[in-house]
Design a protein around this ligand. Structure first.
Ligand code: 13P
Length: 250
């Protein structure tokens, strides 16, 4: 049985005081949550503020990006070692916003994924097609290409990764994919992983849907075959909208 995950990607939102307030509310409300793994991914600047609030709770801490080197002259970057040091357990890698605005490629995604696995962190690797690619019938080709290149040669730790299928056209637009569409692409991703790493590993990997997930539509994804949870953007910024998404599993 794959344990469901609901992860909140806060993106570039929240000062330390705002982060503290949100995490305190989540800890109070979700302290008894057992069935689902809850992850919050604040900006780097708030990680050390919220880490002590999450210590000993059922909510895990994640970062939104990472560099692949342990240390070095990489101005502005943060290493896997630094994230481990802060108590992070998860790292989002290859989000479409990082690919679009910060020149992230499948090659850097692969380097980062291998680096965080080596440090015992869990990568949440994002893939997903643009609207133009979907309309041109290239979803299959494009997403499997991202999986093959971004997740190449992960070795035996491959089974611990998490994949987030986030169609770009559904992110922040209010137009989510349908559960059926998301399940279809996630099924395809799992088949690709089975070809790469074997059936056992592919069945162990957890796959999330992301893109305009809200309390009103979350059920559609959670009940679709092969979808193991959600990567939530906007709705993760308030306890009132994030908690009901988690509670679906309660
Ligand atoms: P929204 O939920 O705001 O559409 O964002 C999704 C996302 O990008 C999560 O990583």
């Amino acid at each position: 049985m794959r344990r469901p995950i609901i992860a909140g990607n806060w993106k570039m939102y929240k000062t330390t005081a705002e982060a503290r307030a949100l995490v305190s509310a989540l800890v109070t409300t979700l302290q008894d949550e057992e069935r689902v793994e809850v992850v919050v991914c604040p900006p780097f600047t708030a990680l050390s503020t919220v880490a002590p609030l999450l210590a000993g709770t059922r909510i895990a801490l994640g970062a939104q990006d990472v560099h692949w080197e342990d240390e070095g002259a990489f101005t502005g970057a943060v290493s896997p070692r630094m994230l481990v040091d802060l108590g992070c357990r998860y790292v989002i890698i290859g989000h479409s916003e990082r690919r679009a605005y910060f020149a992230e490629t499948d090659e850097t995604v692969n380097r980062k994924t291998r680096a965080v696995l080596a440090h015992g962190l869990v990568p949440i690797v994002c893939v997903g097609e643009s609207l133009a690619q979907r309309e041109a019938g290239q979803t299959r080709f494009f997403v499997t290409g991202q999986v093959r290149a971004g997740l190449a040669a992960l070795g035996e730790k491959a089974r611990t990764i998490v994949i987030a299928y986030e169609p770009i056209w559904a992110i922040g637009t209010g137009h989510s994919a349908t559960g059926k569409d998301a399940a279809e692409v996630i099924g395809l991703i799992r088949e690709t992983l089975a070809e790469m790493d074997g059936r056992d590993t592919a069945e162990a990997i957890r796959s999330l849907y992301g893109g305009s997930v809200k309390p009103e539509n979350s059920k559609e994804f959670m009940t679709s075959p092969g979808i193991d949870g959600a990567l939530v953007g906007g709705a993760s910024l308030k306890a009132e909208s994030f908690v009901p998404i988690v509670r679906y599993y309660a």
